[in-house]
Ligand binder design. Structure first.
Ligand code: RP5
Length: 312
């Protein structure tokens, strides 16, 4: 039997805090491998293991960490599998530190983040991703979550929803096409049944200050993994991300990262499509080349000229 989920924590002190992950996956009959791999204390071991998982046919990684919680992001930098991050609650900052460390990833390397201590949401998301081509497991998840009916079999299709976010939709759809995802379409947020009928493999739900609960409302009606993509035009209040993540299960991106939402959706599609995974690999390589090019120009011209050019 294949092992679809790896669950990694930065310290064994995290294990009791995410116990619901294990209980939920056990109840659904989803196999998993738990590991203690620290981004800071065992960086090489953590990275080497992350690089192996794709070849071992894993489908998704759950990574939990607290405080300066770099494990999910550093794991995501080493793999093209979708990574779900759980911010562990901390004594002094109540997990706000963990949440911000995990969610605000740079463009190119998304982590699908759940709310602070939302271990059950992380497990459900992982199960939903692992179940996309397994009708029996999908039915079990829907039953557990109290979702009636059955979705059409998942095809290479990503649904996007949230009509106010037209630019974000275009950016994400362009990137999905570039990554070789065969089909994508925009729906009204209430049209969850249509997204299910269309055989969506992932749903990208835009959320703005006045629609922060929308991704979770959609997620409440389907077992298709929902990617919550928050958009803002200026500084946001401190409860912006906690409100986005209050309910679920949703895999949230950082603020104003529509391309990361597309990449995360493509990673889910990549579990069932070798060409999409190859496009993701090439995309990741281009990002690295771009950084290397900038570094070599900086060394060539020196800091003064480089800064002058940047300001032009
Ligand atoms: C993080 O630091 C771990 O993931 C854990 O949440 C936190 C504390 O680790 P310990 O000091 O308990 O090992 O990296």
């Amino acid at each position: 039997m294949s092992m679809p989920v790896e669950i990694r924590v930065g310290s064994d002190s995290d294990l009791p805090k995410i116990e619901k992950v294990f209980a939920t996956l056990e109840a659904l009959g989803v196999r998993f491998e738990p590991r203690v791999l620290s981004a800071h204390r065992t960086p090489q071991r953590m990275a080497a293991r992350a690089r192996e998982l794709e070849g071992l046919m894993y489908k998704v990684i759950i990574a939990a960490a607290g405080g300066s919680a770099h494990l999910p992001g550093m794991t995501a930098a080493e793999t093209l599998l979708p990574v779900i991050g759980i911010p562990v609650e901390t004594a002094h900052l109540k997990g706000t530190d963990s949440l911000l460390s995990i969610i605000q990833m740079p463009e190119g390397v998304p982590v699908g983040t759940v709310g602070v201590a939302q271990a059950e949401h992380a497990a459900l998301l992982a199960a939903q991703i692992a179940a996309l081509d397994d009708p029996k497991l999908r039915a079990k998840i829907r039953e557990r979550r109290g979702i009636g009916g059955a979705a059409a079999p998942a095809r290479e299709f990503v649904a996007l929803t949230g009509l106010k976010a037209e630019n974000a939709c275009k950016e994400a759809m362009d990137l999905l096409a570039e990554l070789g995802v065969k089909d994508a379409g925009v729906f009204e947020p209430g049209a969850v049944a249509d997204m299910e009928k269309a055989g969506a493999r992932a749903i990208i739900a835009w959320a703005e200050a006045d629609t922060l609960s929308r991704p979770a409302e959609i997620a409440a009606r389907t077992d298709i993994p929902v990617i919550a993509a928050p958009l803002a035009t200026g500084p946001v209040p401190s409860d912006f991300l906690p409100r986005l993540l209050e309910k679920g299960p949703v895999a949230a991106m950082g603020i104003n990262r529509p391309r990361n939402a597309a990449l995360f959706a493509a990673m889910i599609v990549g579990n069932a499509s070798a060409p999409v995974r190859e496009h993701l690999r090439a995309h990741r390589e281009r990002l690295a080349e771009d950084v290397e090019k900038k570094d070599s120009l900086l060394r060539q011209f020196g800091i003064r000229k480089y800064l002058d050019d940047l300001k032009k």
